[in-house]
Design a protein. Sequence first.
Length: 298
Amino acid sequence: MSFKRIGPEEKSSKRSSLLKKFQGVLSERPIEPIEVEPSNLRRWTRRDLLLSGAGALATLAVGGSQLPRNVWQQLGLDQGSGTTGPENRWLLNQAQRVDDAVATALYSPHHLVPTYSKSQVTPLKNNYNGATPDPGYIPGWRLTLDGLSSGLTVSLDIETLLARHEIHDQITRLVCVEGWSAIAWWSGLRFDNLLHAYPPVSQAKWALLESSVNLDANGNPDPYFVSIDLLTAQHPQTLLATHLNGKPLPVEHGAPLRLLAPVKLGLKNVKAITRITYTKDEPPDYWAKRGYSRYDGI
């Protein structure tokens, strides 16, 4: 058996060839462009952007909440003892505020929620915040309007509201933050019609809706209140509902007048409204004060 002797020049040439192969494998390759059909681009809506952004914020919040305190301090995010809750909730709150701001910016009065037929109506459970009030308040019920451009305070009974405003039917889905939903047939006056009949003070942007008859789980008085931006109040599907399934509202569902804003989660749809106040600045909100989103849009 004979062996071929390899000279220094040939060895160097082979090393150079192998080195080039490895460099080709390990080196960065140019990014290949991805072509997207214009029709597909049109289907990527602003709402898709909101959903993907909310997911990114949630990831940031959950990951950030696990950071040690010294890392928070280095990032300038440590809120110290001045927070209203645990330190690792601060970033979650910031992400929630950004999500609310984006949802507000993307709001459109032309975005309508789906409507259904009466054959698609499903049972609607009583999900009162706390105990269901005793119906004894209904005979003396009145709606008080404050913050009007007239400077007056107006008090209306249910008969006046029904006589002065056109009643609209609407079959939409009520979505609860707890994860359930129901399709219901509502009737009532459009909130926007009430705004035109009793205009709010100049530059008003918010409505505070209150229920003085709301009770806590033990049956004690626990007034309920929600903040609604006037753009939501003016939405064509936002009703001040007076009827359910063609009959006057039962106590369980907010007799004699409740908010029905299908572009909002159920916790914003306050039952048994007793007062509406218009304000320039954002008013307090029952659940926002307890750490929930202030916007609660769908």
